[in-house]
Design a protein around this ligand. Structure first.
Ligand code: HT7
Ligand code: ZN
Length: 872
């Protein structure tokens, strides 16, 4: 397969003025007629350039004509994914008829069938599986779409924009015509045809326009759409208030589909959602599920400006829309819920999974320089690190100037396909700052490390912070220049109060731009405790030689909520890392009482927000400890994690019981922040109590399981019992849960995931048995994710069994999925790609499975790219 380079970018040879599509949908095929008006691009240097159209190998080309003249095979060349037509005039209309088979499309890219309904997924390069087209984001056109299908089976026919006409045909078929008044690239095209129902609402924009809102789903799911509708209206209002962005069409639609490779898709006016990101009901959805629906609805809606009105010039610029939109949705979620808790969750994901990606074989910058398959670059680096990069601009410029920058960016580039440089330029223009060093965040991969030391000069009442930054070599890039790293700093006095800094502010943003740099604070009358990288002001690994006492002090006093949590994490990480060494060397494990006492204090502090207490008392995950380790010893990390949790639980059981009881309420379920916080603390307390394996706590969990009126409590109890050593009760609750929820596909997915993540040793056998269960469907990505992904990515202990059985299992799955659904296959590969981080024996077993996949025959581009980089 070809490597595509950013440096080779060329403007398209032709522009498209208008794209007219007609879809004849049938059970065994779809016929697609496209009529496209082309004009030679005046910016293209070569006036003789042929028209290069992208078209997947699965397209059956039935007819090609130019201005009515049918072309014969000698008039064009079709090689691989490209159709080239030479000798063209400056203006012409190309008609093309293709035949495709959506019912056999298991890759879920292009036009496919999900549970009997037709739907599309065109980002990034799915449109080329529908018809021949310049399938690149810098070719924007006005689309008009006619969809024709059997009226009984497919009463609802949708596409982008406004519905302008409709009619019936004699043979039981009907048609609907849609017009999208905004020019768009092909990746934003969408079509849906199915037997769907919808809920309706209305939104009046700030300028007084009325927008009709519709969310479609299968009839059985109609009662699970209200939360998404509320979230949509909140998002629309928030985007007007915070970014001054109004919605632009008369209608906004969301459709829920069960077969979907990712979370959702921002197609213009017609968002398509994975059911898991739109359906929510207290009886079937956990709190985190409600929050996900809120966040994803907002994310896709925000794309209407950051992505659709202003789109990407090429796919190397993917983070232009994704990083910015994740930043916007994170601000929204922070405003709707607890900002500190949201920040903690985002950082935990970044530090665990994105840092690991940056340290692995697929490391790439936020703006990659090359790729083989763009689908492989919908990554944590593009999304989450990309968001952090935008957040740093927000921190450096301040909220007001940042808003001016975003206004300028949207005004300047409305209707255009642009680059991350254009985004930064708008920020530079409004702030008057030179952001050239800042731009290294887009072009350099890797996680920078910042080592900080403090020096107090009592005589001159001066405190100095010495910083040293470096960035390790990554798989794609050996050397790096120093970044511009905003380090938000506060200094705490002996009482734990913030010492006023420059201008009386309590937090100052230091800009670290050199490999070594010192920052001086004057008029500091006592030696302070520094609070560094407040609110995680940059995506770096920052080290400061804190003592355990200082970490406990920060946990108790830091005015920055994020850093209070992080101090607790650092304290636990330090203690657990030492215990890992003790375990490896066969020493008896003894837990430092500092951790227990710190936890006791937090549990006794009634003034604290409950969500924060739950976060602070959550131990660093095994995945985070693995990311931090030089060589991952899965067993040692797992055993130490268990030991520490058990020791804390045993020491503090009475307190946890009190907390559990105090937070068990008979109130009706609500997904509001306060209720979510209460449930998270209660269920955390129950998880500590269950760690002790005492029958009295099992009784509590069983009672919660039986009496819960909401899925959050029910699933928390189910997981704890199912993962416990009480095997009879575990089997009982799993059976009764399935019995109760077997008709709810998303709940069944949770049931699969609970079993796939069971740390007990028979988990793999169970997963394999579940693949044969009536509830499993090996062609549905949600099922694959719930069972196979959860086992391989979250059940560390079992996946990394020293007999290699977990690795063999995953390789077998990938060999099948490589043909069936390459995007899912390639994502699933991730745990095996990290083989270099494990011991030599374990790494060799993992590598051997990668090689087995490599030798298994025809590899998709997706799998090939990940494999070749992992084996390099
Ligand atoms: N922009 C959307 C990307 C997406 C996607 C990409 C590859 C394959 C399938 C996909 N489904 C959706 C999602 C988003 O970030 O909003
Ligand atoms: Zn997105």
């Amino acid at each position: 397969p070809n490597v595509i380079y950013l440096k080779d970018y060329e403007v398209p040879a032709f522009l498209v003025e208008q794209t007219e599509l007609r879809f004849e949908l049938e059970e065994d095929q779809a016929l697609v007629r496209s009529q496209v008006r082309y004009a030679r691009n005046p910016e293209s240097s070569n006036r003789q350039h042929p028209l290069l159209l992208d078209g997947h190998e699965s397209l059956e080309l039935q007819r090609l004509s130019i201005d009515g003249e049918v072309l014969s095979e000698k008039d064009y060349r079709r090689v691989g994914e490209q159709l080239s037509i030479p000798n063209l005039p400056d203006h012409f209309t190309l008609e093309c008829i293709t035949r495709i088979e959506p019912q056999n499309n298991t890759a879920l890219e292009g036009l496919y069938k999900s549970d009997g309904m037709f739907c599309t997924q065109c980002e990034a390069e799915g449109f080329r599986r529908i018809t021949f087209y310049q399938d690149r984001p810098d070719v924007m056109a006005l689309f008009e779409t006619i969809v024709v299908a059997d009226k009984q089976r497919y009463p609802v026919l949708l596409s982008n924009g406004n519905m302008v006409d409709a009619g019936d045909e004699d043979d039981g078929r009907h048609w609907v015509k849609w017009q999208d008044p905004f020019p768009k690239p092909a990746y934003l095209f969408a079509l849906v045809a199915g037997d769907l129902e919808c809920i309706d609402d209305r939104f009046t924009t700030a300028s007084g326009r009325h927008v009709s809102l519709k969310i479609f789903a299968e009839t059985k799911d109609l009662d699970k759409l209200d939360y998404a509708m509320t979230s949509l209206k909140q998002s629309m209002k928030w985007d007007e208030e915070v970014y001054g962005r109004e919605y632009d069409l008369d209608i906004f639609m969301i459709v829920a589909v069960d077969f979907f490779n990712m979370g959702a898709m921002e197609n213009k006016g017609l968002n398509i959602f994975n059911t898991s990101c739109v359906l929510a009901h207290p009886e079937t959805t956990v709190d985190a599920g409600f929050q996900r629906v809120e966040a994803v609805v907002a994310h896709e809606y925000f794309h209407n400006w950051s992505g659709n009105r202003v789109t990407c010039r090429d796919w190397f610029q993917l983070s232009l829309k994704e990083g910015f939109t994740v930043f916007r949705d994170s601000q929204f979620s922070a405003d709707m819920n607890s900002p500190t808790v949201k920040r903690i969750e985002d950082v935990a994901l970044l530090r665990t999974a994105q840092f690991a990606e940056d340290a692995g074989p697929m490391a790439h910058p936020v703006r990659p320089a090359s790729f083989i398959e763009i689908s492989n670059f919908y990554t944590l680096t593009i999304y989450e690190k990309g968001c952090e990069v935008v957040r740093m601009l927000h921190t450096l410029l301040g909220a007001e100037t940042f808003r001016k920058g975003s206004d300028l960016y949207f005004d300047r580039h409305d209707g255009q396909a642009v680059t991350t440089d254009d985004f930064v330029q708008a920020m530079a223009d409004v702030s008057g700052r030179d952001l050239s060093r800042f731009k290294l965040w887009y072009s350099q991969s890797g996680t920078p490390q910042v080592s900080v030391t403090g020096e107090y000069d009592a005589e001159h009442q001066r405190y100095t912070l010495h910083m040293r930054q470096s960035c390790p070599a990554t798989a794609d890039m050996a050397t790096k220049q120093p970044f511009l790293i905003p380090v938000a700093v506060g200094l705490l006095d002996a009482q734990g109060d913030d010492i006023p800094l420059t201008g009386g502010q309590t937090t100052e943003v230091l800009e670290c731009v050199a490999a070594e740099q010192s920052f001086v604070f004057d008029n500091i009358t006592v030696e302070p405790t520094p609070s560094l990288l407040r609110d995680f002001s940059a995506p770096v690994k920052l080290r400061f030689p804190y003592s355990r006492e200082q970490l406990v002090f920060l946990m108790q006093h830091d005015s920055d909520g994020f850093n209070r949590w992080d101090a607790a994490q650092q304290l636990a990480v330090g203690i657990m890392s030492e215990l890992v060494v003790d375990y490896q060397q066969g020493r008896t494990l003894v837990l430092d009482s500092a951790l227990i006492e710190a936890y006791r204090q937090i549990l006794n502090d009634a003034s604290l927000d409950k969500a924060m207490v739950a976060k602070v008392l959550t131990l660093p995950s095994e995945a985070y400890l693995s990311e931090l380790a030089e060589v991952i010893d899965v067993d040692a990390i797992h055993q130490v994690h268990r030991f520490v949790k058990d020791a804390i639980a045993t020491a503090l059981a009475p307190l946890f019981l009190q907390v559990y009881q105090a937070n068990t309420s008979a109130e009706e379920y609500s997904p509001d922040a306060t209720s979510v916080a209460r449930r998270s603390l209660k269920n955390l307390a129950l998880s500590y109590l269950m760690t002790t394996e005492q029958p009295e706590y099992l009784a509590l969990a069983l009672q919660q399981f039986k009496q819960a009126d909401n899925m959050t409590d029910s699933q928390a109890a189910l997981t704890l019992i199912a993962h416990s050593g009480f095997e009879a009760e575990a089997a009982e609750v799993l059976a009764s849960f399935y019995q109760r929820w077997q008709s709810e596909s998303l709940v069944v997915n949770q049931w699969l995931a609970v079993q796939a993540s069971d740390p007990k040793p028979d988990a793999l056998a169970r997963v394999e048995a579940l693949q044969q269960h009536e509830a499993y469907d090996a062609s549905n990505p949600n099922k694959i994710r719930s069972l196979v992904s959860v086992f391989c990515a979250q059940n560390m202990q079992n996946f990394h069994n020293s007999d290699g059985s977990g690795y063999r299992f995953l390789a077998d799955q990938i060999i099948v999925l490589n043909k069936q659904n390459p995007q899912i296959a390639s994502r699933l590969l991730t745990p095996l790609t990290r083989w270099k981080k494990y011991s030599a024996e374990q790494g060799a077993l993992m590598k051997a499975e990668l090689q087995r996949i490599n030798n298994s025959g025809d590899l998709s581009r997706d799998v090939f790219e990940v494999l070749s980089k992992s084996l390099a």
